[in-house]
Design a protein around this ligand. Sequence first.
Ligand code: E4P
Length: 223
Amino acid sequence: MAIFIDSGDIKEIEKFAKMGIVRGVTTNPSLLLKDGVTGGMNGIKKRMVAIAKVIHPYPLSVEVTSNEKDEMLLQAKQFSQWADNIAVKITIHGPHGELDNLEVIHLLEKKHDIRVNVTAMMNAQQCFLAALAGATYVSLFAGRVNDMGYNSVEEIKKTRKLLDDFGLKAKIIAASTREVLNIVEWLHAGAHIVTVLPKLLGGMIVHPYSKLTVQQFLADAKT
Ligand code: E4P
Protein backbone atom coordinates (compact mmCIF):
# COMPACT_ATOMS: atom_id res chain seq x y z
CA MET A 1 0.00 0.00 0.00
CA ALA A 2 2.63 2.50 1.17
CA ILE A 3 1.62 5.88 -0.27
CA PHE A 4 -1.75 7.58 -0.28
CA ILE A 5 -2.28 11.21 -1.34
CA ASP A 6 -3.84 13.49 1.26
CA SER A 7 -5.76 15.87 -0.98
CA GLY A 8 -9.02 16.80 -2.65
CA ASP A 9 -7.22 18.38 -5.63
CA ILE A 10 -8.07 16.16 -8.58
CA LYS A 11 -5.35 17.58 -10.85
CA GLU A 12 -2.63 16.80 -8.30
CA ILE A 13 -4.09 13.34 -7.70
CA GLU A 14 -4.19 12.63 -11.45
CA LYS A 15 -0.59 13.80 -11.87
CA PHE A 16 0.80 11.41 -9.25
CA ALA A 17 -1.60 8.55 -10.08
CA LYS A 18 -0.28 8.56 -13.65
CA MET A 19 3.23 7.96 -12.22
CA GLY A 20 1.98 4.73 -10.63
CA ILE A 21 3.06 5.75 -7.12
CA VAL A 22 -0.37 6.26 -5.52
CA ARG A 23 -2.24 3.48 -3.70
CA GLY A 24 -5.12 5.54 -2.34
CA VAL A 25 -6.42 9.01 -1.41
CA THR A 26 -7.58 10.50 1.88
CA THR A 27 -9.69 13.63 2.26
CA ASN A 28 -11.30 15.52 5.12
CA PRO A 29 -13.65 18.52 5.28
CA SER A 30 -10.74 20.96 5.81
CA LEU A 31 -8.84 19.66 2.76
CA LEU A 32 -11.97 19.79 0.61
CA LEU A 33 -12.62 23.39 1.67
CA LYS A 34 -9.00 24.30 0.85
CA ASP A 35 -9.21 22.50 -2.50
CA GLY A 36 -12.26 24.49 -3.60
CA VAL A 37 -15.15 22.08 -3.03
CA THR A 38 -18.39 24.05 -2.70
CA GLY A 39 -22.10 23.28 -3.09
CA GLY A 40 -22.74 21.24 0.03
CA MET A 41 -23.20 17.47 -0.21
CA ASN A 42 -23.76 17.59 -3.98
CA GLY A 43 -20.41 19.36 -4.41
CA ILE A 44 -18.69 16.79 -2.20
CA LYS A 45 -20.30 13.92 -4.11
CA LYS A 46 -19.24 15.33 -7.50
CA ARG A 47 -15.58 15.67 -6.45
CA MET A 48 -15.48 12.32 -4.64
CA VAL A 49 -16.98 10.41 -7.56
CA ALA A 50 -14.41 12.00 -9.89
CA ILE A 51 -11.46 11.15 -7.60
CA ALA A 52 -12.71 7.60 -6.97
CA LYS A 53 -12.75 7.06 -10.74
CA VAL A 54 -9.22 8.40 -11.24
CA ILE A 55 -7.68 6.10 -8.61
CA HIS A 56 -9.91 3.03 -9.01
CA PRO A 57 -9.54 0.33 -7.67
CA TYR A 58 -7.48 2.01 -4.93
CA PRO A 59 -9.45 3.37 -1.94
CA LEU A 60 -10.69 6.91 -1.39
CA SER A 61 -11.53 7.98 2.17
CA VAL A 62 -14.47 10.38 2.55
CA GLU A 63 -15.30 11.87 5.96
CA VAL A 64 -18.83 12.21 7.36
CA THR A 65 -19.89 15.79 8.04
CA SER A 66 -21.84 15.10 11.24
CA ASN A 67 -21.18 13.58 14.65
CA GLU A 68 -24.79 12.59 15.22
CA LYS A 69 -25.19 8.80 15.28
CA ASP A 70 -28.07 8.31 12.80
CA GLU A 71 -26.69 10.94 10.44
CA MET A 72 -23.22 9.29 10.45
CA LEU A 73 -24.83 5.94 9.57
CA LEU A 74 -26.95 7.51 6.85
CA GLN A 75 -24.05 9.42 5.27
CA ALA A 76 -21.78 6.37 5.43
CA LYS A 77 -24.36 4.30 3.56
CA GLN A 78 -24.78 7.08 0.97
CA PHE A 79 -21.01 7.55 0.44
CA SER A 80 -20.47 3.83 -0.01
CA GLN A 81 -23.00 3.89 -2.90
CA TRP A 82 -21.05 6.61 -4.77
CA ALA A 83 -18.28 4.20 -5.81
CA ASP A 84 -17.10 0.73 -4.81
CA ASN A 85 -13.68 2.01 -3.68
CA ILE A 86 -14.94 4.48 -1.06
CA ALA A 87 -14.05 4.05 2.62
CA VAL A 88 -15.89 6.19 5.15
CA LYS A 89 -13.97 8.30 7.64
CA ILE A 90 -15.39 8.56 11.15
CA THR A 91 -13.61 10.35 14.00
CA ILE A 92 -12.70 8.26 17.08
CA HIS A 93 -15.14 10.26 19.20
CA GLY A 94 -17.31 13.36 19.06
CA PRO A 95 -16.17 16.99 19.46
CA HIS A 96 -16.63 16.85 23.24
CA GLY A 97 -15.53 13.24 23.73
CA GLU A 98 -18.94 11.71 23.02
CA LEU A 99 -18.62 7.92 22.79
CA ASP A 100 -21.15 7.05 20.03
CA ASN A 101 -18.63 6.74 17.22
CA LEU A 102 -17.11 3.33 17.95
CA GLU A 103 -20.58 1.79 17.92
CA VAL A 104 -21.22 3.39 14.52
CA ILE A 105 -17.85 2.13 13.26
CA HIS A 106 -18.59 -1.39 14.48
CA LEU A 107 -22.05 -1.40 12.87
CA LEU A 108 -20.74 -0.13 9.55
CA GLU A 109 -17.97 -2.71 9.32
CA LYS A 110 -19.79 -5.74 10.73
CA LYS A 111 -23.46 -5.20 9.85
CA HIS A 112 -23.35 -3.03 6.73
CA ASP A 113 -20.08 -4.32 5.22
CA ILE A 114 -18.74 -0.78 4.75
CA ARG A 115 -15.02 -0.08 5.05
CA VAL A 116 -14.22 2.47 7.77
CA ASN A 117 -11.18 4.69 8.26
CA VAL A 118 -11.17 5.82 11.91
CA THR A 119 -9.63 9.26 12.02
CA ALA A 120 -8.26 12.07 14.22
CA MET A 121 -6.36 9.67 16.49
CA MET A 122 -3.29 10.73 18.44
CA ASN A 123 -2.06 7.57 20.16
CA ALA A 124 -1.79 3.79 20.11
CA GLN A 125 -4.58 3.18 22.62
CA GLN A 126 -7.16 4.94 20.44
CA CYS A 127 -5.97 3.05 17.34
CA PHE A 128 -6.11 -0.26 19.22
CA LEU A 129 -9.76 0.22 20.22
CA ALA A 130 -10.71 1.39 16.72
CA ALA A 131 -9.08 -1.76 15.32
CA LEU A 132 -10.93 -3.95 17.85
CA ALA A 133 -14.21 -2.31 16.77
CA GLY A 134 -13.46 -3.60 13.27
CA ALA A 135 -11.91 -0.62 11.44
CA THR A 136 -10.18 -1.32 8.14
CA TYR A 137 -7.89 1.73 8.56
CA VAL A 138 -6.70 3.51 11.70
CA SER A 139 -5.47 7.03 11.00
CA LEU A 140 -2.83 8.20 13.45
CA PHE A 141 -2.26 11.94 13.06
CA ALA A 142 1.49 11.61 13.48
CA GLY A 143 2.28 15.20 12.47
CA ARG A 144 -0.14 16.53 15.08
CA VAL A 145 1.43 14.17 17.66
CA ASN A 146 4.81 15.77 16.89
CA ASP A 147 3.20 19.26 16.98
CA MET A 148 2.21 18.57 20.59
CA GLY A 149 5.76 17.60 21.55
CA TYR A 150 5.27 13.82 21.61
CA ASN A 151 7.15 11.27 19.51
CA SER A 152 4.97 9.99 16.67
CA VAL A 153 7.45 7.22 15.80
CA GLU A 154 6.93 5.61 19.23
CA GLU A 155 3.12 5.74 18.82
CA ILE A 156 3.36 4.15 15.36
CA LYS A 157 5.64 1.37 16.69
CA LYS A 158 3.31 0.68 19.63
CA THR A 159 0.24 0.65 17.37
CA ARG A 160 1.83 -1.75 14.88
CA LYS A 161 2.90 -4.12 17.66
CA LEU A 162 -0.62 -4.18 19.12
CA LEU A 163 -2.22 -4.86 15.72
CA ASP A 164 0.26 -7.64 14.95
CA ASP A 165 0.18 -9.22 18.45
CA PHE A 166 -3.62 -9.38 18.48
CA GLY A 167 -4.03 -10.35 14.81
CA LEU A 168 -6.15 -7.30 13.97
CA LYS A 169 -6.80 -6.56 10.30
CA ALA A 170 -6.60 -2.75 10.53
CA LYS A 171 -3.92 -0.95 8.53
CA ILE A 172 -2.18 2.05 10.05
CA ILE A 173 -2.40 5.26 8.02
CA ALA A 174 0.15 7.76 9.37
CA ALA A 175 -1.33 11.17 8.58
CA SER A 176 -0.74 14.92 9.02
CA THR A 177 2.52 14.95 7.05
CA ARG A 178 4.56 18.05 7.69
CA GLU A 179 8.02 17.30 6.20
CA VAL A 180 9.45 15.08 3.47
CA LEU A 181 11.37 13.05 6.06
CA ASN A 182 8.08 11.96 7.70
CA ILE A 183 7.22 9.53 4.92
CA VAL A 184 10.08 7.03 5.05
CA GLU A 185 10.47 7.53 8.81
CA TRP A 186 6.84 6.59 9.53
CA LEU A 187 6.84 3.64 7.12
CA HIS A 188 10.04 2.43 8.74
CA ALA A 189 8.40 2.73 12.19
CA GLY A 190 5.63 0.34 11.09
CA ALA A 191 2.91 2.38 9.38
CA HIS A 192 1.36 0.36 6.54
CA ILE A 193 0.52 3.60 4.73
CA VAL A 194 1.53 7.25 4.92
CA THR A 195 -0.92 9.72 3.43
CA VAL A 196 1.16 12.48 1.89
CA LEU A 197 0.47 16.07 0.85
CA PRO A 198 1.11 16.51 -2.91
CA LYS A 199 3.84 19.13 -2.36
CA LEU A 200 5.78 16.64 -0.19
CA LEU A 201 5.53 13.95 -2.89
CA GLY A 202 7.26 16.38 -5.25
CA GLY A 203 9.86 16.95 -2.54
CA MET A 204 10.51 13.20 -2.30
CA ILE A 205 11.29 12.98 -5.99
CA VAL A 206 13.48 16.01 -6.64
CA HIS A 207 17.04 16.19 -5.28
CA PRO A 208 19.44 19.07 -6.02
CA TYR A 209 22.32 16.70 -6.79
CA SER A 210 20.12 14.63 -9.12
CA LYS A 211 19.33 17.89 -10.92
CA LEU A 212 23.03 18.68 -11.37
CA THR A 213 23.70 15.12 -12.51
CA VAL A 214 20.94 15.22 -15.12
CA GLN A 215 22.19 18.62 -16.30
CA GLN A 216 25.71 17.17 -16.68
CA PHE A 217 24.40 14.15 -18.66
CA LEU A 218 22.43 16.40 -21.00
CA ALA A 219 25.36 18.80 -21.51
CA ASP A 220 27.80 15.94 -22.23
CA ALA A 221 25.29 14.30 -24.58
CA LYS A 222 25.13 17.56 -26.55
CA THR A 223 28.93 17.75 -26.76
C1 E4P B 1 -5.72 12.44 6.66
O1 E4P B 1 -6.43 11.45 6.65
C2 E4P B 1 -5.89 13.52 7.62
O2 E4P B 1 -7.19 13.98 7.61
C3 E4P B 1 -4.90 14.64 7.38
O3 E4P B 1 -3.62 14.09 7.12
C4 E4P B 1 -4.87 15.62 8.53
O4 E4P B 1 -3.87 16.54 8.30
P1 E4P B 1 -3.63 17.79 9.29
O5 E4P B 1 -3.38 17.27 10.64
O6 E4P B 1 -2.46 18.49 8.68
O7 E4P B 1 -4.89 18.60 9.23
